[in-house]
Design a protein around this ligand. Structure first.
Ligand code: ZN
Ligand code: FE
Length: 255
């Protein structure tokens, strides 16, 4: 049975995700920017929190972890590589490790780049991937700690997931990200359609931190870096994939 999911907006533009395994009642949250919206969502759903899954060490993702743990007794999962700067972990994870939530099992991917030790959680049976500040809606996280080559490698791992996978990211940066995407690829009909759809979603107040991998591949400039047309448009026909990615990331930093 697939996981049920609730998207929980937190702080200014962060998103946390509640995951509920209906057979056993196990309920996990991915990242804890803040506790109040999560308590509210848990109360509404009647779900009892059992697990806290951390993606990376930034305060806007872990700020509420200790309080939520005190309130619920939930077990904390996070990257072993980051254990020195995360709340105390009950389960220290590395790439390839499993996260069992009742009948559903998640797999850990190392998606370093935004930070070193940033991990993503992929739940293949439910077709969900929690990517936080690695792959984001129409964009990717800034390179604070890792290199462009590392981030490119991380994005390639995510691109290898099934196309129908729902990518659930850590923020809604859709406005800036689509504006940048349009500047890089002015004539991409899929991107234009997405921008029009997002305008409607924004009016309707629908969260924009979730999209299929297929849609990201069709519109996200960072996933399109290796396309010959992208390289040609930037006069980088002979560049490696990591080099054109680095170029696009640098352009976005100045955008
Ligand atoms: Zn971050
Ligand atoms: Fe963040």
């Amino acid at each position: 049975m697939a996981l049920e999911m609730q998207v929980v907006p937190c702080l200014r533009d962060n998103y946390a995700y509640l995951l509920h395994e209906p057979q056993t009642g196990r309920t996990a949250v991915v990242d804890v920017p803040d506790t109040a919206p999560l308590h509210e969502a848990l109360e509404k759903t009647g779900w009892r929190l059992s697990d806290i899954l951390i993606t990376h060490h930034h305060e806007d993702h872990i700020g509420g972890v200790m309080r939520l743990r005190e309130d619920t007794g939930a077990a904390i999962w996070g990257a072993r590589a980051d254990s020195h700067r995360l709340p105390p972990l009950d389960h220290a994870l590395a790439e390839g490790d499993g996260v069992a939530l009742g009948g559903e099992s998640g797999v850990v991917l190392d998606v370093s780049g935004h930070t070193l030790g940033h991990i993503a959680y992929h739940f293949p049976q439910s077709g969900l991937a929690f990517t936080a500040d690695s792959l984001m809606v129409c964009g990717c996280g800034r390179l604070f700690e890792g290199s462009a080559a590392q981030m490119w490698d991380s994005l390639c791992k995510l691109m290898a997931l099934p196309d129908e996978t729902l990518i659930c990211s850590g923020h809604d940066y859709s406005l800036g990200n689509t504006a940048f995407a349009k500047s890089v690829e002015p004539e991409n009909p899929a991107l234009d359609a997405r921008i029009a759809q997002m305008a409607q979603d924004r009016v309707a107040g629908r969260p924009m931190a979730v999209a299929t991998l297929a849609l990201e591949k069709a519109t996200n400039p960072f996933l399109r870096a290796a396309l010959p047309a992208m390289k040609a448009a930037h006069g980088m026909e002979d560049a490696s994939n990591a080099e054109i990615f680095a170029h696009l990331r640098a352009l976005k930093d100045r955008f």
